[in-house]
Design a binder for this molecule. Structure first.
Ligand code: SF4
Length: 389
């Protein structure tokens, strides 16, 4: 039976962090009227678009944002009920994740989130150093992250992921290493570690253009990445994707759908959907909702599609994506599976690129043509991926 993952975007945050380029809206408090209006729009979108994935079993749900935990547990439960109805799910999804920020109000809600069926928490720690958090413009302090982690355990969450950012402004290697040790000491099931990227149009981009950010240099950032790989492996984590580490059995089921090119229905402002290759679209299709809240309410949330961007993938696009999305995972590209889908192993289409990347020490190839990023390729993955786009 085909399966689908559901991504639900809740765009509200207490304030907008200066490096963020997600679809977010700053609100001091999510008023009940706004919450009810947004939930109604999401449910309408789920109900009207489930047909795009007709016959699929609901496999995973991911509440992301924004700060989805600013919504009350009963609001998220309503969305889950609507999704279960829309997909006629006879069994519960295998994983339901909620992104949580370490604030007091969200901590108090954790037991009710757990009762609503949510079984995985992704906690936005970012750093255990208050000075770093302040420079990142985050609204919480490090002790609140520790308290929220403890509260998640007390609420019965046995699957908790911690998010850290590395290569933050003014962050030295030792400060990052302390962050990582604090994270490991809490014994989470999963870690996500992303290098800070400076996005166009953000206050951080403006500051960087005036040399005001003081990020660590490339050599230090590389040491941080290498240290993360070595230290997390020593602590029993498997690096199953470039930026994601999990104890055995705890790799994120939802996020793996993106790298495996499996269907995802994304609802809410700025949410992406992906339709896997099939009867409707031979090589797959993507769509993105409008990012603006007013535009979303007026169009998608009212059953329309004004402002929606969609793209039907070509054979060449699908083939390139199959390569670079597989390379993100440590399992890499399975040449036989690739051949079954595209009529030839990767060498048939990318001989020159593979030779060049192997000569540069970025790619490893087995005798049967399977491909994986080398250790050096893991550090320079964007360079590798550019060859397949
Ligand atoms: S909390 Fe997350 S989503 Fe919200 S503004 Fe900060 S980085 Fe963006």
């Amino acid at each position: 039976m085909p399966t689908v993952g559901l991504y639900v975007h809740i765009p509200f945050c207490e304030r907008v962090c200066p490096y963020c380029d997600f679809a977010v809206v700053a609100v001091r408090k999510v008023e009940p009227e706004l919450e009810a209006r947004y939930v109604a729009a999401l449910i309408r979108e789920i109900e009207s678009r489930a047909v795009e994935f007709e016959g699929a079993q609901l496999d995973t749900v991911y509440f992301g944002g924004g700060t989805p935990s600013l919504f009350r547990p009963e609001a998220l439960a309503k969305i889950l009920e609507a999704a279960t109805r829309a997909f006629a799910a006879s069994t519960p999804p295998r994983e339901i994740t909620l992104e949580v920020n370490p604030s007091t109000v969200e901590r108090d809600r954790l037991p009710a989130f757990r009762s609503s069926g949510i079984d995985r928490i992704s906690l936005g720690v970012q750093s255990f150093d208050d000075a770093t958090l302040k420079r990142l413009g985050r609204a919480h302090k490090a002790h609140e992250a520790r308290q929220t982690f403890t509260a998640a355990r007390q609420a019965g969450f046995g699957n908790v992921s911690l998010d850290l950012i590395l290569a933050c402004p003014h962050q030295g290697f030792d400060a990052f290493a302390r962050d990582l040790e604090e994270a490991l000491a809490l014994e989470p099931e999963h870690l996500s570690l992303y290098e800070l990227t400076i996005e166009a149009g953000t206050p951080f981009e403006f500051a960087a253009s005036r040399d005001q950010l003081a990020p660590p240099d490339d050599e230090v950032a590389t040491r941080m990445l290498e240290h993360t790989a070595a230290r997390s492996a020593g602590a029993g984590f498997e690096r199953y994707e470039i930026s994601n580490y999990a104890r055995p059995g705890f790799a994120s089921l939802h996020n793996q759908r993106y790298w495996a090119r499996e269907a995802v229905l994304g609802v809410g402002t700025g949410a992406w959907s992906y339709e896997a290759p099939g009867a409707r679209f031979r090589f797959g299709a993507r769509r993105m909702n409008p990012r603006d809240l007013g535009a979303y309410f007026a169009a998608v949330g009212a059953g329309g599609d004004e402002g929606v961007e969609s793209e039907v993938l070509t054979l060449e696009q699908a083939r390139g994506e199959a390569i670079f999305l597989s390379l993100r995972r440590r399992t890499g590209v399975d040449a036989r599976a690739f051949e079954a889908e595209f009529g030839g192993r990767p060498r048939k289409f990318y001989d020159e690129q593979i030779d060049r990347l192997m000569a540069a020490g970025l790619l490893a190839e087995t005798e049967s043509g399977d491909l994986r990023l080398s250790d050096r390729g893991l550090l320079l993955s964007d360079t590798v991926f550019a060859d397949f786009v």
